[in-house]
Design a protein around this ligand. Structure first.
Ligand SMILES: Cc1cc2nc3c(=O)[nH]c(=O)nc-3n(C[C@H](O)[C@H](O)[C@H](O)COP(=O)(O)O)c2cc1C
Length: 366
């Protein structure tokens, strides 16, 4: 099968992308103390600079936004300096890279929170989900997420400000843009979805209210960057990861996407809900509806192959295609697709945490 569409160049704002492959954001829990990226992370990303665009692993915009051990932050000077090594390495290897801005909301635990506080969320509803903690004695393990406290109305401007500061830091660190993480059951998705948001103020109830925080974050991020095309957003309609559920995803996400049209962002990135298994009846119809509604560049991700990505672009369903697990196991994914070569198998044991093994040692062709 020809892959002419997947390997046709395109523009993203001022960036020239040599192909339509996107390395999807992938949490790997390999930061240095202080949640600082280092040389190993720089090597990992540089190895994958063949993607048209790399989106970094999710990076907490403030200490409260962390839900797993060793995930990188974008709120301290040391983290900015660490990320600068990454962006320089990617640029030297000929790539382009956005940073994914993250606040986990209720997917956390006092052991990860400043001062051992409870995590925060739109409402005080505990998620049936796991996070990953480090104990005081250094031992580490998965843990059930804690019951969060509901954010007070007066705290929400501070959340928006943390995204803006994370954005300023990302640009200072040399990123080509940022992606607002509004997917996968984290804070912004918790506000969007009806089962995790039971607020009775201007941020809960109607879809306009549930979408208010994410749109305020997007507007603050765009204002900080000064160029809306350097800003993307990721959503996961119908996703259940993190124990979120929306009673009417078609209504919720159609409204959000219509509101995003006027922002003229670099892209909208839609993640399939079934990447962990399971089936979601009606998802394909929903995606097609969002494609019709959205007037800008669309990235789709989740279970894509070279062939399915090619077909999606050819039929106008997507402009770019995100690959997650294939990029973990195949640093040279673009070359492999072009050669029709076999892909390396993924080692599930080395996804999260650890060092170079299962991170920078997956072999490239030849
Ligand atoms: C190890 C791992 C870590 C992930 N971390 C993130 C993340 O930080 N941010 C995010 O938006 N999605 C994350 N995802 C979801 C991926 O970006 C992607 O959407 C998903 O893996 C489906 O694509 P795939 O079938 O090509 O792997 C993660 C997935 C995996 C497997």
């Amino acid at each position: 099968m020809s892959l002419d569409h997947l390997f046709s160049p395109t523009q993203l704002g001022d960036l020239n992308l040599p192909n339509r492959l996107v390395m999807a954001p992938l949490t790997r829990q390999r930061s240095l103390p202080g949640n600082v990226p280092g040389e190993l992370n720089a090597l990992y990303y540089a190895q994958r600079a063949n993607a048209g665009l790399i989106i970094s692993e999710a990076s907490q915009v403030c200490p409260q936004g962390q839900g797993y051990a060793w995930t990188p932050g974008i709120h301290s000077a040391e983290q900015v300096a660490g990320w600068r090594q990454v962006t320089q390495a990617v640029h030297e290897a000929g790539g382009r890279v956005f940073l994914q801005l993250w606040h986990v909301g209720r997917i956390s635990h006092p052991l990860l929170q400043p001062g051992g506080a409870d995590p925060v969320a739109p409402s005080a509803i505990q998620a049936n989900a796991e996070c990953y903690v480090v104990e005081a004695d250094g031992s580490h393990h998965k843990a059930a997420t804690a019951k969060p406290r509901a954010l007070e109305l007066h705290e929400l401007p501070g959340i928006v400000a943390a995204y803006a500061q994370g954005t300023a830091n990302a640009i200072q660190a040399g990123f080509d843009g940022v992606e607002v993480h509004a997917a996968n059951g984290y804070l912004l998705d918790q506000f969007l979805c009806s089962n995790s948001n039971q607020r009775s103020d201007a941020y809960g109830g109607s879809v306009e209210n549930r979408a208010r925080l994410v749109l305020q974050v997007v507007d603050a991020v765009v204002a900080t960057v000064g160029d809306s095309r350097k800003v993307g957003i990721r959503i996961s309609p119908m996703g259940t990861f993190g124990d979120v559920h929306d009673a009417n995803p078609l209504e919720t996400f159609s409204y959000l996407v219509e509101q995003l049209n006027s922002r003229q962002l670099g892209y909208l990135h839609v993640n399939r809900p079934d990447w962990l298994g399971g089936t979601f009846e009606g998802y394909d119809a929903l995606l097609r509806k969002l494609r019709q509604l959205y007037q800008g560049t669309l990235i789709i991700a989740g279970g894509q192959t070279a062939e399915s990505g090619e077909q999606a672009i050819a039929e106008g369903l997507a402009d770019l295609v995100g690959y997650g697990r294939p990029y973990i196991a195949n640093p040279d994914l673009a070359a492999r697709f072009q050669a029709g070569a076999e892909l390396n198998p993924l080692n599930p044991a080395t996804l999260y945490g650890g060092g170079a093994e299962g991170y920078t040692d997956y072999p490239a062709l030849g």
